[in-house]
Design a protein around this ligand. Structure first.
Ligand code: NDP
Length: 271
């Protein structure tokens, strides 16, 4: 496993997503397979109904809690101060854990001012319920405001990022501000999956197009990703991405699939 170091915190660069699975049994089987395949970063949320499956799978697995990095997210109706605290404790009950590594505001709707939610999240950091906090689906401006307001560092902004969906404005800010960009839906590739150069690069390395799509994310500074699968073969294959390296030319060509990369970002990425 590779790690991304953010504010001195080592976050496993590859995590496992748990949204969108149909049943408790499917979730539990998938998360168990992910832990067996070596994933040590698990992404859940109050709205995914997957927290108890994460807890059950971790209980069944032979993995120490300290080795795991577990993220959950506050649902939209849990943004008031008391709801932040109570719902996070409910999450911990479902997870069967004493703390979560990372608690995120799931999305930026402003039913409750972000400042109120962030203040309550900071209290949870102070009392050890939560190790770190962050946001999800925040714009550049919302991310900057959160950084400015929160005494605890904003560890991540979790957003959609893949070969098909770029983040040309947010990624430079994340690199500059030492905020992890956690790439969700990394395999939602649409037509990009059939791109000839993606297939050619995959062939060169003896890998699949999806493995290259994951590797492309992991070779960027301040980027982690959390692919999801219910299929044990896919779960293993998606984690088998640490024994090859994409060249700068391949990275650039892969950026071109989703519309290219500007000079400033290319320089920050080292291309
Ligand atoms: P992904 O991009 O991870 O894609 C999942 C899909 O890809 C599934 O249909 C899966 O099918 C398929 N797949 C996975 N691996 C392979 C493979 N090797 N070969 C073929 N097909 C494959 O989608 P998600 O949208 O689920 O994103 C990942 C995670 O990100 C979520 O589970 C969630 O944790 C998080 N997320 C966060 C959001 C937020 O607002 N913060 C929003 C959306 C997602 P199969 O099961 O058959 O393998």
């Amino acid at each position: 496993m590779e790690y991304v170091t953010v504010d001195g915190v080592d976050v496993p660069a590859l995590g496992f997503g748990t949204a969108g699975m149909d049943s408790e049994e499917e979730r539990r089987r998938a998360i168990t397979a992910a832990l067996a395949a070596g994933y040590r970063h698990i992404d859940t949320a109050q709205m995914y109904d997957s927290e108890s499956a994460v807890g059950d799978a971790v209980d069944d697995a032979d993995v120490a809690r300290e080795e795991l990095f577990v993220t959950t997210k506050l649902s939209r109706n849990n943004r008031h101060e008391t709801a932040v605290v109570e719902s996070t404790h409910d999450s911990l009950d479902r997870l069967g854990m004493e703390y979560v590594d990372l608690l995120l505001i799931h999305s930026p709707e402003q039913d409750v001012p972000h400042e109120e939610t962030l203040d309550a999240m900071n209290d949870l950091v102070d009392d050890g319920t939560v190790r770190h906090i962050g946001v999800s689906n925040f714009s550049v401006e919302q991310t900057r405001n959160a950084i400015e307001h929160s005494p605890a560092p904003i560890l991540t902004n979790q957003v959609e990022y893949s070969l098909a969906t770029h983040q040309p404005d947010l990624l430079p800010v994340c690199i500059e501000e030492d905020v992890l960009l956690t790439a969700y839906s990394p395999l939602k590739l649409g037509a990009a999956l059939d791109d000839d150069s993606l297939e050619a690069i995959a062939d060169t390395h003896g890998k699949t197009a999806r493995q290259v799509a994951i590797r492309w994310l992991l070779q960027q500074p301040m980027v982690a990703t959390i692919p999801r699968s219910s299929n044990p073969d896919h779960i293993e294959r998606n984690a088998d991405v640490f024994d090859f390296e994409l060249s700068d030319e391949e990275m650039t060509r892969l950026f071109e699939i989703g519309g290219g990369i500007d000079e400033d970002l290319a320089a920050r990425i080292g291309l």
